[in-house]
Design a protein around this ligand. Sequence first.
Ligand code: NAD
Length: 267
Amino acid sequence: MMTNDQRLTGKRLDGKVALITGAGSGIGRESALLFAAEGAPVIVVDIEDHAGDDTVSAITKAGGRAVYVHADVARAADTERMIASAEREFGKLNVLFNNAGIMHGRDDDAVSTDEAIWDLTMNVNAKSVFFGCKYGIPALRRAGGGSIINTASFVAVLGAATPQIAYTASKGAVLALSRELAVVHARENIRVNALCPGPLRTELLMKFLDTEAKKQRRLVHIPMGRFGTAPEIARAALFLASDESSFVTGTEFLVDGGITAAYVTPE
Ligand code: NAD
């Protein structure tokens, strides 16, 4: 529920502390900037230290509060440390945004994808969410509840003829485990939602769609006829992080320009 403080100042995350993984780039960076502007101190987590520091500088320059923590989300000890740093730096944790993810260049169909690529992708994209929750949920309990947002993808619900078998499986795992977490922790005032972006104009996707022809091949399937942007996903994440979504849990929150609704798209 919204507190009187929030009604007075109008900031949507006043009184909340947020941790965002993969906050050095794309969705994570835009969310960190937005969450901080809406009143939350932010733990910025990444493995690219320069990028993470840059996000923190942008937040502090704009008058917000943030600290950078180097953590590889595929490693248990790192995720335990990142959660501890939220409580140490800002006294508590209210919003856990498990967002970091990779799409490997050698992730292909089942026949040609190496086991090592499968393992790496599952570890960074799915096991990371397990670790985040393993160490984050006790912190959220100590704070009296909170919101967990796990970045899945539209590929968790749609098959594509451009294969990336490990990535797709990892995002299916994120979606499924988000549902179970939501049900298990609902009575503890902990909400858990999977955020499912459609194809975005971020580094992650554009390094694969590196020609106009490849871009057009994807755009055919998006009713809106364009890629989404990281700020558009950050605004959806803000809704899930804030008390405005107080009755929203266990959802596959699709923000996808209509791609999952489409059979035939407009000419
Ligand atoms: P991005 O590549 O711009 O940012 C990802 C960030 O995660 C980077 O800063 C990277 O350094 C960090 N990271 C990578 N591995 C890490 C690790 N082991 N530990 C900590 N940090 C790590 O990507 P993005 O487009 O902002 O993607 C963010 C999330 O959104 C990912 O989970 C991605 O799968 C998902 N997503 C992206 C799209 C898209 O089209 N871009 C669509 C659907 C879902």
